[in-house]
Structure formats: structure tokens, C-alpha cells
Design a protein around this ligand. Structure first.
Ligand SMILES: N[C@@H](CCC(=O)N[C@@H](CS)C(=O)NCC(=O)O)C(=O)O
Length: 306
């Protein structure tokens, strides 16, 4: 049986990025369907509080954030490589696709479809962003502004595609393509009214077809309870340890790790990895025993708790 367990839901764009990683590498994986709003009762024992989607579980090791998931999949399953064009290209594309486009797409899709979404969804996302209340009228009124912000970014995406080859780095698909693709996929799935904004950019449609053809590898469903039992039976893998760092963190320090952008739920544990790219804590939970929760260093804050 495969040891790759992806906790995700079908509508999640960031999860689509990882499903395509599985496809690009031809991997077989277990799919645990998680709720798209809190509470996420079978996920929290694994992550210790991190709630974003997706999360990759390998035994008692839990990988948070798609940037780290990509690197971990590449480390464990190097061939075929995800890194066509290099990791730097993928991170640069992420600046446009995930820091820029994703938010304008989300604002445009949510604002345009606000009346179709359940109140619980709006409340959850407002809480996740740190807002104290939901204002549907303001969401709707902001949609045209998001659309205008999005148009130049779609033109830049079109420009990247037309100046690339079949894929951004030439003949071979890589992480940069999956990174650019998933906000476009979100937009394309947002209904006829929002999809129309892509019409002046014909290269986007061809690019999306080529990336979609990569597929998702081989997916098997698994229950959340089975995933918890697997974590409980497993032991966290050896880590690369805590290397010297300007902040002075030492192995075993009790720390909290928190996303710096949104969904700032702290994960508390003993620091076991700090290697420049990645940080990880080990923690214990009755449902899963000892688990190591891994994060990218970039974009996450570490604070001492003891
Ligand atoms: N930087 C994160 C972003 C993940 C993210 O924001 N995912 C969205 C879904 S596409 C999310 O977590 N939404 C709230 C939720 O699913 O609870 C990553 O690369 O994994």
C-alpha cells in the first residue's frame, strides 16, 4: 500500500496543485476528504492546529503547505522530477500565481457567487482572515475591483506561457506549471460569469488543457479514522536536526509555528528540524501518539512558548 495520504477536498485549488504533482510523478496515493470549513476533527490531531488545505501525511510525518509538500515528494520520489526549470522558477511563478492572482481570483469568484455560498462558509473564511464579522454586500461590491486587478495578471500569465514552450520551462511540465495552473483552475471553475474574463487570453486555455492532461496519478479513498490509526502505528522519521541559525533556536526548544499570512493557528511542540528550508516540531496527541509536523521556513513565524 502507498504511504502517501493527502488530506484535502476536491474544490481546493492548492490541493489541485498537489494532486497534479501526484500525476506528474505517476504516484499512487490515499485520499482523505476533509471538510472545507472548520471544524476538521480528523485533521487537527495530526497537525495540532494548522487548518489549511491540503496536508500530506506520510506515517507519523505531517507536511503543511504545498511548497514543502512539493519538495518532500521530490525528495522521496525523485523521478520523474517536478523541478523542470528549477525550484527558483517555481517560487518566482508562485509570487505571481499564489501571492497575487490567487487572492484576486478568490475575491472575484467569492464576490460574484456570494449569494450561492452558505453563511457558514462566509463566517469561516472571515474568521480565518482574522475579521470579526461578515459583510456580504462588501464582498459583492469588491468583485469588479478584483476583476480589474486580475486582468493585468492574466496578461502576465499569458505572456509567460507564450514565451515558454509547451510548458513554462520548455517541453517538460514542472512545479512552475502546476503553480500557475491552480488559480486559473479556480477561476475556470467559478461559473460562466467569472470564466468570461479569460476569453481575451487564448493561450491560457491551451495551457490549462495540457496541464489538466497530467492527471492525478492513482487515487484511492481512505477514511480520516484510518489515517489517524496509521499515524498512531507509525514513528516519525529521523529528522535532519537543528542547524546553527541566526535566531539561536536549539533542538528541543518548545515553540509555536504559525502561518504569517492567514489562518494563523499556532502549532506547538518541540523543535526537531531547522535546516534553512524547513522547520518541524514534534508533538503528541492521544489520537495519533508522537507526530512530527513540518513547515517551510519561509512564511512561518517561530515563537518560544516556554
Ligand atoms: N500556502 C498554502 C495555502 C493553502 C490554502 O490557502 N488553501 C486554502 C484552500 S485552496 C485553504 O486552506 N482554505 C481554508 C481551508 O481549507 O480550511 C499552501 O501552499 O498550501
Amino acid at each position: 500500500m502507498t504511504d502517501l495520504i493527502l488530506h484535502h477536498y476536491d474544490g481546493s485549488p492548492f490541493a489541485e496543485k498537489v494532486r497534479l504533482m501526484m500525476g506528474l510523478k505517476g504516484l499512487t496515493w490515499q485520499s482523505v476528504d476533509i471538510p472545507f470549513i472548520m471544524p476538521k476533527p480528523d485533521l487537527m490531531p495530526l497537525t495540532g492546529g494548522y487548518r489549511k488545505t491540503p496536508v500530506l501525511q506520510i506515517g507519523a510525518d505531517i507536511y503543511c503547505d504545498t511548497k514543502l509538500i512539493a519538495e518532500e515528494l521530490e525528495r522521496r520520489h525523485p523521478s520523474p522530477s517536478l523541478m523542470a526549470g528549477g525550484l527558483g522558477l517555481a517560487q518566482a511563478v508562485a509570487g505571481l500565481a499564489e501571492n497575487g492572482m490567487f487572492w484576486t481570483v478568490a475575491g472575484f469568484v467569492m464576490g460574484t457567487n456570494a449569494d450561492k455560498m452558505p453563511a457558514a462558509f462566509h463566517e469561516d473564511r472571515a474568521r480565518m482572515r482574522g475579521a470579526t464579522s461578515v459583510n456580504i454586500d462588501r464582498l459583492k461590491a469588491a468583485a469588479p475591483g478584483h476583476a480589474e486587478q486580475l486582468k493585468p495578471q492574466l496578461a502576465w500569465a499569458e505572456d509567460l506561457i507564450t514565451n515558454g514552450g509547451i510548458f513554462l520551462a520548455g517541453e517538460t511540465a514542472g512545479l512552475a506549471d502546476l503553480t500557475l495552473y491552480h488559480p486559473l483552475w479556480f477561476l475556470a471553475n467559478g461559473g460562466r460569469k467569472v470564466r468570461a474574463i479569460m476569453e481575451p487570453f487564448p493561450a491560457l486555455a491551451g495551457f490549462m488543457e495540457r496541464v489538466a492532461a497530467i492527471g492525478h496519478g492513482t487515487r484511492h479513498d481512505m477514511s480520516g479514522a484510518d489515517a489517524l490509526a496509521i499515524a498512531k502505528d507509525a514513528t516519525p522519521a529521523e529528522t535532519s536536526g537543528v542547524a546553527g541559525n541566526a535566531e539561536g533556536w536549539q533542538a528541543g526548544d518548545q515553540v509555536s509555528i504559525t502561518p504569517m499570512d492567514y489562518a494563523r493557528d499556532p502549532v506547538v511542540g518541540a523543535l526537531v528540524t531547522y535546516n534553512g528550508q524547513e522547520i518541524a516540531v514534534q508533538r503528541t496527541d492521544d489520537a495519533v501518539g508522537d507526530v512530527t509536523v513540518h513547515f517551510p521556513r519561509v512564511g512561518f513565524a517561530i515563537r518560544a512558548t516556554a
